[in-house]
Design a protein around this ligand. Structure first.
Ligand SMILES: Cc1cc2nc3c(=O)[nH]c(=O)nc-3n(C[C@H](O)[C@H](O)[C@H](O)COP(=O)(O)O)c2cc1C
Length: 193
């Protein structure tokens, strides 16, 4: 096992390469896995925002299912599969809530419709009247008034302890490199396909 500075520059290099080549509408999609309150693993796609202080940032409502699950157990996983470059990245780490300043920045970057949906909807709650919810969203959009970030809308920065980079090979002899953070340092090794 080799000691290295950190795996983040490799992540950025791979991500930039994928963004250049990808024709997907949402190439930032990443699968976020959490521990469900019932102990079943729970996974869903979210959008990866950026690396901040060597942590992976994602956003969404804190009072959603994922938010509640992370509050209960902040050990999470992120999984990227990049189709243009045929690469997979697996990340395990611990999540903590992002600052209010960062949350406001990401909220302000959202489209008006996304802001309106976040302002009107309580993600994951039962729907009494779908039509009424949609009308409320459309009203917010057409009002053209400034839409402020809802109190519970924020995000998480995930500090990794383990990152696996895999180059998918059609031969199935995939190239896998595992980075692990131990005793204050990143260590690197190759693992079998
Ligand atoms: C490509 C894609 C990107 C998504 N991005 C986000 C996101 O950034 N934040 C978010 O809260 N939900 C996002 N969603 C919706 C989630 O998959 C999920 O439905 C939602 O977060 C509710 O999950 P929960 O009930 O486990 O909290 C995205 C879905 C897809 C398919």
């Amino acid at each position: 096992m080799k000691t290295i500075k950190n795996p983040f520059s490799l992540f950025s290099e791979w991500y930039d390469e994928e963004l250049k080549l990808s024709d997907l509408k949402i190439p930032s999609a990443v699968c976020l896995s959490t521990f469900g309150m019932d102990n079943y693993p729970n996974a869903r796609f979210v959008s990866f925002k950026e690396l901040v202080d060597d942590s992976f940032v994602i956003t969404g409502p804190l009072n959603s299912r994922k938010g509640i699950e992370i509050e209960n157990n902040n050990n999470v996983a992120l999984t990227f599969w990049w189709t243009a470059t045929e690469k997979q990245i697996r990340i395990q780490g611990s999540a903590k809530q992002i600052s209010e300043v960062l949350a406001n920045k990401y909220f302000n970057e959202r489209s008006t419709t996304s802001k309106a949906v976040s302002s009107v909807c309580e993600q994951g709650q039962d729907i009494d009247n779908l039509q009424e919810l949609e009308t409320q969203v459309l009203d917010k959009v057409s009002n053209h008034t400034e839409l402020n970030k809802p109190k519970d809308w924020s995000g998480f920065q995930i500090k990794p302890i383990r990152i696996e980079f895999m180059v998918f090979k059609s031969s199935r002899f995939h190239h896998r490199t595992l980075y692990e953070f131990e005793h204050g340092e990143w260590h690197e090794k190759q693992i079998q396909p």
